[in-house]
Design a protein around this ligand. Structure first.
Ligand code: ADP
Ligand code: MG
Length: 288
């Protein structure tokens, strides 16, 4: 795999006197990978995200997208059509009064021919499960539906990479699930590179890689299994471990001998079911 985004010793301050919001960040995002970024408020997640498609430019260091420096003004369109961005508030991202017009907005601005736009809009709405709502008014949809329309708008631009900055923060649990399954569909059906910024631990467990930001630096970097096996270090950064991990630790404290590395709900359910089956079998064997 090759890298689609590279940060080279990137520092950034919002103004001359402000403390740096990014401090010497170096990292690469592999093409086709799913990276989650976690960190408490103010740790620099959004600042990091905005460097990925030239919304912000480094104060020092540089960011390369497919090898092109994001500071190269003549490459701005190319960079923006390679890396798409979804923000926290779906209401701020809706521009049209009909769902399909909204999704068509960005590709229209990129000058895509209209037959091709039709095809892209339908495919993008299918991908996020919003095709049946194509003629609806976006402002009447639920938060989760609006956010899926915003994601469809980015998919319709056909970027190689999508960066989502806390896309579920303003949604209820049902909306969160809808958005996460749209992200999953995008990866599965389109092989897109995904960077998901979140403060929900459990949204990170399916990622290939987890970056933890603190004070403008990458404080931890590894697979979710690796990162979540350092609860004390996470705690020091103001974070905790996923509920699945807390459940397994709690059961272990009660004397259940369980593998502690199950993170997703289905992995967790499987290790608990396996344990209970084993217990049951042993009880049967030892019955007088
Ligand atoms: P996060 O997304 O992790 O909450 P941010 O990247 O938004 O963190 O913020 C990092 C730091 O930069 C914080 O100290 C924040 O106060 C500051 N900051 C963020 N946006 C701005 C801005 N537009 N102007 C000045 N300072 C900002
Ligand atoms: Mg933020």
């Amino acid at each position: 795999m090759s890298e689609i985004i590279r940060f080279e010793n990137v520092s950034f301050a919002y103004d001359e006197n402000a403390p740096e919001a990014l401090r010497g960040v170096s990292l690469g995002i592999e093409r086709g990978s799913f990276t989650a970024v976690l960190g408490h408020n103010g740790s620099g997640k959004s600042t990091l995200a905005k460097h990925m498609n030239a919304i912000l430019l480094p104060t020092r260091g540089r960011v390369l997208v497919n090898g092109t420096d994001t500071a190269d003004e003549s490459a701005l369109l190319k960079i923006r059509s390679t890396v798409g961005m979804v923000f926290q508030n779906p209401d701020n991202q809706i521009v049209a009064s009909i769902v399909e017009d909204d999704v068509a907005f960005a590709p229209e601005n990129l000058g895509v021919p209209s037959a091709e736009i039709r095809r892209r809009v339908d495919a993008a709405l299918e991908c996020v499960g919003m095709y049946d709502y194509r003629l609806h008014a976006p402002h009447l949809l639920s938060g989760g539906q609006k956010q899926r329309v915003a994601i469809a708008g980015v998919i319709a631009m056909q970027p190689e990479c999508i960066v989502l900055d806390e896309p579920t923060a303003m949604l209820d649990p049902a909306g969160r699930r809808e958005v996460l399954s749209a992200v999953e569909a995008m990866r599965r059906e389109r092989g897109m590179t995904v960077v998901l910024i979140t403060h929900h631990m459990d949204e990170c467990v399916g990622a290939d890689r987890l970056l933890v930001m603190s004070g403008g630096e990458v404080a931890m970097d590894g697979t979710p299994h690796e990162v979540f096996s350092h609860p004390a270090e996470l705690h020091a950064l103001g974070l905790t471990v996923p509920d699945t991990r807390l459940l397994l630790d709690g059961l272990a404290a009660e004397g259940w001998d369980l593998p502690a590395d199950a993170l997703t709900v289905s992995e967790c359910a499987r290790v608990i079911a396996d344990f209970m089956l084993k217990e049951k079998r042993e009880k049967c064997l030892h019955r007088p």
